[in-house]
Design a protein around this ligand. Structure first.
Ligand code: GLC
Length: 752
């Protein structure tokens, strides 16, 4: 194998708002995207740079640089990039010269055959977070990972790789933070000091360029904000998708779907969504309905609508080889499927049997795919679940010479699912004429937040998987993904009733609350567990509906800053060592004020770590001092959930679906504290894009304990709130009565 080193810089010039540095082997270019974001892209001579699927922003036209004796320096108000010229090395410092991340002096960037690798200095106290859907601890120091989107059915809590690729990590050392996004779609790998005797960390890919974005903002919130500025943020999800979702592989007939929906209403258990998994189709042909078991899709969906349910249907990429099938014929005629190099169509087997695979990287193919959703959307489907898009094919070993347009499989694989969800999103958005579609995808790459929600794939019905799932959600949040689900109850295997109850008690705090199970597994609806447990599950689902005003505002925050709804404690308590303790690492903040401690179903008491500040248990208002771990009861009826002192949590009374008007009262719950706090309350019509034209209702609710005052800013936006009244509900205040008032748009101050 040949090792090619980057070598010395021969020339340094400015070109097209970048700095161009030439070596004998390669060409390096540096762009400044903002004072805190610098991109470095090193390409081998003669190779065209890779395209990006993730990045949606452009670099700045101008930046400041100077050539010194043996280095070039780029200076922004926040960052200093020192480029060593002999040999070519890249090292990042804060503006005042503190090291953030430096190339390893000896090895820097090099090629090992087609592999491109960057070796970087490892600081003794350096921690690493991120990479999205990855096994292992919150702090990834000492671990290594591969990104290669995989149909990881039967995965364990240590399996790597899983379904998604997020080559973006955050480094922490010496009280400083940085982020690094390696925008390369080939199979990539990251080693956080696992096998280098603590000397180096390194990352690279099997092909493509050493193309990375360095984020020098201080603080995780700022890094996430910058990363999601660069790669985009989610749009407001349809409100219904935030309600309870009932799925199964599969409800086998329209009758069964309707029966289950009816049971929810009969038993007064709130729910918003029913799913059709693969068996609604005719022979697993995408965009068809099984005429026997789903004879009248529109009739079924109308009945669901009358019960205030939405329907989500699954689609897979594999197009069945069947001469009588529209999508097969069109795809073949128009050359839309992946091929071998000699032009023969690639064949892989999935649920329908032998299939071809659309080239979702091609815009024309995405448009064709997107337009085909009329067979689902016309009868009334508004949610589209994209599965098996790693892409999966039985055997899992799609040959590397399979071509998608002019690209080969290894370069395409990690973005295939993202491009499928993009086609689905664009197409269904067009078809739904102004209504927000709900898209859910299993495979993903950086930037997927612009198109789709995600879920963590085929987990198992164990406590271990429940806790692992939360770690995945927390880590995916660092990669700009906010709308995330896990299969509640566990996909494979049968949960004990206790596990089912416990998992449902975590459900209100999972950004997407979806119950799902595999073919042949026990039924999972809330009434399958006996009256006593049904009552507990019902209460948990009701809790979700009570919290929806808070949750919706939390998603608004994701659309504005990229901050996820479920946040590892590392985001706000970065320098607190306890949050990395494997014992506490599953804990997270849900929105600004709620702390959740997931607990195995077998423990009726547990240790919870409460970071600095005071905390109240949500269920009892019992007060705790933070900066310590506390042992608290955790019976199945009461998951340990806490609210930060000063926390402001808008809630509503229980409704049976998000389509119900409710009692028209917005409850503003406030927990007493010594520090002032503010919450941005956001509401819109929940279903269209009118909010993008100013039709929303937004105001800041402030709590000031010094002035003993709660105030509401003037409402911004032209949407009329669905709550005609507001009620202040006090927690931890002595002798203060609830206050009820009209919800008009004016400023308002309440003294207590
Ligand atoms: C895959 C999906 C799972 C789905 C099944 C059948 O295993 O991950 O959620 O139920 O396929 O479509």
């Amino acid at each position: 194998m040949q090792i090619d080193i980057l070598g010395n810089a021969d020339t340094v010039t400015e070109r097209d708002s970048s700095l161009l540095i030439q070596t004998a082997e390669a060409e390096a270019r540096v762009w400044v995207y903002s004072p805190t974001i610098i991109r470095v892209c090193v390409t081998r001579n003669g190779k065209a740079p890779d395209e990006s699927f993730a990045v949606i922003e452009k670099p700045l036209d101008n930046f400041t640089w100077q050539k010194l004796y043996d280095t070039v320096e780029i200076d922004t108000s926040a960052l200093k990039l020192v480029i060593g010229l002999h040999p070519l090395r890249f090292s990042f410092f804060t503006a005042d010269g503190k090291p953030l991340s430096e190339d390893d002096e000896r090895f820097g960037i090099n090629w090992q055959a087609d592999r491109v690798v960057n070796y970087r200095k490892l600081y003794p106290d350096e921690k690493f977070l991120g990479l999205g859907e990855k096994a292992g601890d919150l702090n990834r120091r000492g671990c290594n990972y591969v990104n290669w989107n995989t149909d990881a059915s039967l995965h364990t809590i240590t399996t790597d790789p899983l379904y998604k690729t997020f080559p973006f990590f955050i480094g922490l050392h010496g009280g400083l933070s940085y982020g690094l996004f390696f925008d390369n779609t080939h199979r990539s790998f990251f080693d956080f000091g696992a096998t280098t005797d603590e000397q180096m960390s390194w990352f690279g890919a099997d092909g493509g360029d050493m193309n990375y974005y360095f984020f020098g903002a201080q603080g995780l919130r700022n890094i996430i904000e910058d990363y999601t500025w660069l790669t985009g943020r989610m749009e407001m999800p349809p409100l219904w998708s935030l309600g309870y979702q009932q799925c199964r592989w599969s409800y086998m007939s329209a009758q069964e779907v309707l029966d289950v929906a009816r049971r929810f209403r009969e038993r007064n258990i709130p729910a918003d969504v029913m799913y059709c998994d693969i068996d609604y189709m005719d022979g697993y042909k995408i965009f068809t309905w099984n005429k026997e078991t789903f004879p009248d899709p529109k009739g079924m969906i109308d009945e669901l609508k009358a019960m205030n349910f939405k329907l989500v249907t699954i689609v897979d990429p594999g197009i069945k080889i069947d001469a009588d099938y529209k999508q097969y014929k069109e795809g073949v005629d128009r050359g839309y499927f992946a091929t071998y190099p000699n032009g023969e169509l690639y064949v892989g087997s999935v649920w329908p049997g032998r299939c071809h695979f659309p080239d979702f990287l091609n815009e024309e193919v995405r448009e064709w795919w997107g337009a085909a959703f009329t067979t689902l959307a016309d009868p009334g489907v508004e949610g589209f679940w994209n599965d098996m898009n790693e892409p999966a094919a039985w055997g899992q070993n799609m040959p590397w010479m399979v071509k998608f347009g002019d690209k080969f499989m290894p370069e395409v694989r990690n973005v295939y699912g993202m491009q499928m969800s993009r086609g689905t999103y664009d197409g269904t958005k067009r078809i739904l004429k102004g209504k927000r579609p709900f898209i859910l995808t299993r495979a993903a790459y950086c930037g997927t937040q612009r198109y789709s929600a995600i879920w963590t794939g085929d987990n198992a019905a164990t406590d271990e998987h429940m806790l692992f799932g939360q770690r995945l959600v927390n880590s995916l949040g660092l990669a700009g993904m906010s709308m995330i689900g896990v299969d509640i109850g566990g996909f494979m295997g049968n949960p004990t009733p206790e596990l089912m109850v416990r998992w449902n008690s975590l459900g209100p705090y999972v950004p997407m609350f979806r119950n799902h199970a595999a073919l042949g597994m026990s039924m999972r609806e809330p009434w399958q567990w006996g009256d006593e447990y049904e009552a507990v599950i019902k209460k948990d689902i009701e809790q979700r509906y009570k919290l929806l005003p808070y949750i919706y505002s939390g998603f608004y925050q994701s659309t504005q800053t990229g901050l996820p709804l479920a946040r590892t404690l590392a985001i706000d308590y970065t320098t607190d060592e306890s949050v990395y303790d494997p014992f506490y690492q599953n804990q997270f903040l849900f929105g600004d004020s709620i702390l959740v401690a997931p607990v195995a179903s077998t423990f009726d008491s547990c240790d919870v770590y409460l970071p600095a500040g005071d905390w109240y248990r949500l269920s009892s208002d019992e007060k705790f001092n933070g900066n310590q771990s506390v042992t608290v009861p955790s019976p199945l009826t009461d998951l340990p959930v806490f609210v930060k002192a000063g926390g402001i949590v808008p809630m509503q009374s229980v409704i049976q679906s998000t389509n119900e008007p409710g009692d028209g009262i917005l409850q503003i719950h406030i927990w007493n504290g010594d520090e002032p706090n503010a919450f941005v309350y956001y509401e819109d019509d929940g279903s269209t894009y009118a909010y993008q034209e100013g039709v929303y209702h937004k105001r800041t609710i402030s709590f000031d304990p010094q002035k003993k005052e709660v105030s509401f800013s003037r409402v911004e936006g032209s949407h009329t709130s669905k709550y005609s009244k507001m009620r202040l509900v006090w927690h931890g205040f002595e002798g203060v009565d609830e206050v009820e008032m009209d919800n008009n748009n004016e400023t308002l101050t309440i003294n207590y």
